[in-house]
Design a protein around this ligand. Structure first.
Ligand code: SAM
Length: 265
């Protein structure tokens, strides 16, 4: 069955202009996943279709009211929180206060049947929405966006491309940053070109033709056809990049003796 996303937002049009490219568009066209947007203003009861109000206790900005959000959730048949099986159906608030959205989280979402994404605006949503409707809060990074829509689109994109049949190459040895292949299996050490990281290393550099461009040649090893050497070179570069850009990803226990030599440890 297709993975269904429900996006609750005051800007539903946003998604039709974002989720319409490349592998994500194809997955939605072929029905591997579906995206339903819900305009929170359709669940207001006043003439002005008001979704926000001033914060109790004073202070800057506005807060999204709880009523339209709960009314939308009821209309969409979202299971009330106490009865919800979160392995199948999960309600997520996008917020900078959330836990980091990572590849590991995308992999767990790809295993569910329904993901509800709630997009905040202004100062955010009434806390009762977070407490009594949402299962978790996710952040896409340590910066503040003006709304949850970009964050929700990032979650949909990263999750959809993990669904079986979405990427052309469903080969389990496919390697990319954060160390696991598209189908969630660890990259296989015995596959000739896999880098086989146990840890979530970053990806190695890629080159395509021409072999020389403006005097810049590709590394000799990649043209040589020696798969053992290529694998070693890629592992070295992946370790190097990870050490330089994301040392927090390098877990001591996942390093092989050869890795330690490369890293000079
Ligand atoms: N008052 C909030 C704070 O200081 O944390 C910021 C609210 S922000 C201006 C408005 C909305 O954008 C949030 O409710 C959330 O839905 C979304 N948003 C902003 N940054 C985000 C991030 N890094 N990850 C996920 N959602 C984000």
């Amino acid at each position: 069955t297709a993975l269904r996303f429900d996006i609750l937002t005051i800007f539903p049009e946003f998604f039709s202009s974002v989720l319409c490219y490349g592998v994500v568009a194809r997955a939605l066209q072929t029905g591997i996943a579906t995206v339903h947007t819900t305009d929170l203003r359709d669940f207001t009861t006043d003439r002005h279709r008001t979704v926000d109000d001033r914060p109790f206790g004073g202070g800057e900005g506005m807060v999204l009211k709880p009523e339209p959000i709960f009314a939308a959730a009821d209309a969409l048949g979202i299971t009330p929180k106490p009865n919800r099986d979160t392995k199948r159906e999960t309600v997520i608030m996008l917020t900078p206060q959330g836990r980091p959205f990572t590849q590991a989280v995308a992999r767990t979402l790809a295993l569910t049947e329904r993901v509800v994404l709630l997009c905040g605006r202004y100062e955010g949503v009434d806390q009762r929405v977070i407490d009594h409707l949402c299962d978790r809060q996710l952040s896409i990074g340590d910066y503040v966006l003006s709304g949850g829509e970009l964050a929700a689109a990032a979650v949909v994109d990263a999750t959809v491309r993990l669904l079986p049949g979405v990427l052309g190459n469903a080969d389990s040895s496919h390697y990319e940053s954060f160390g696991l292949s598209a189908d969630g299996a660890a990259a296989d050490a015995d596959t000739p070109l896999a880098v086989s990281p146990a840890a979530g290393l970053l990806d190695y550099p890629h080159y395509t033709r021409p072999a020389e461009f403006r005097g810049w040649a590709i590394p000799d090893v990649l043209a040589g056809g020696n798969h053992t050497e290529i694998r070693r070179w890629r592992r070295e570069r992946a370790l190097e990049t990870t050490l330089q850009n994301r040392p927090d990803l390098l877990r001591e226990e996942d390093l092989t003796r050869e890795d330690r030599k490369i890293l000079g440890k």
